[in-house]
Design a protein around this ligand. Structure first.
Ligand code: ZN
Ligand code: ZN
Length: 174
């Protein structure tokens, strides 16, 4: 859905959109959208702001990724509000030296007369996901020796690998 600034000049745009899995591409981030993405909110042009747009609302979705530890499925139900500000890209081109300070870092930029809601949601979802994607906090991961998923039960590798290390040490001494 394109949020046109021209339209915002006339009125605040309200949206209530549902995107089925596949409509927004997450394949580049090794992510899968595992539920419909629902977003409600509004986009408005701020008065006396030189084209600054405020986009706020709320979205819900469930994302799935591969667990960093056990390679199983890690599910991330997200339900988050957003309140974002965007300035026209042309503003940077005009002011050659735009200093982006700490506060400004929160501000995004738009081109071509508006914003694609899909792009905004894509970015918000990536930001909302944790750096470490695990299926659960206490995921035990896979055994580096036999490859067994330790969440499904212990394996006998620990004793063996300790023995191997002693074996290597003995070989060194010889
Ligand atoms: Zn895991
Ligand atoms: Zn093992």
């Amino acid at each position: 859905m394109f949020l046109s600034v021209k339209e915002m000049e006339l009125r605040k745009i309200r949206f209530d959109e549902t995107f089925a899995p596949g409509q927004i591409d997450f394949s580049g981030e090794a992510l899968e959208q595992s539920s419909p993405l629902h977003a409600v909110g509004s986009a408005e042009l701020l008065a006396h702001s030189d084209g600054e747009v405020r986009l706020c609302g709320q979205y819900t979705v469930e994302m799935t990724a591969q667990c960093d530890r056990c390679l199983g499925r890690a599910r991330f139900p997200l339900d988050a509000p957003f309140d974002l500000f965007y300035k026209p890209m042309s503003l940077i081109a005009r002011e050659e030296e735009v200093e982006i300070d700490e506060g400004e870092a929160e501000i995004g930029f738009y081109e071509a007369g508006g914003l694609e809601l899909e792009d905004v949601l894509h970015e918000q979802i990536l930001l909302a996901l944790p750096m470490q994607r695990v299926c659960r906090e206490d995921c035990k991961g896979i055994c580096p020796v036999c490859g067994k998923n330790r969440n499904e039960g212990a394996c006998d590798c620990r004793a063996t690998s300790v023995d191997d290390r002693w074996g290597a040490l003995r070989n060194l001494q010889l």
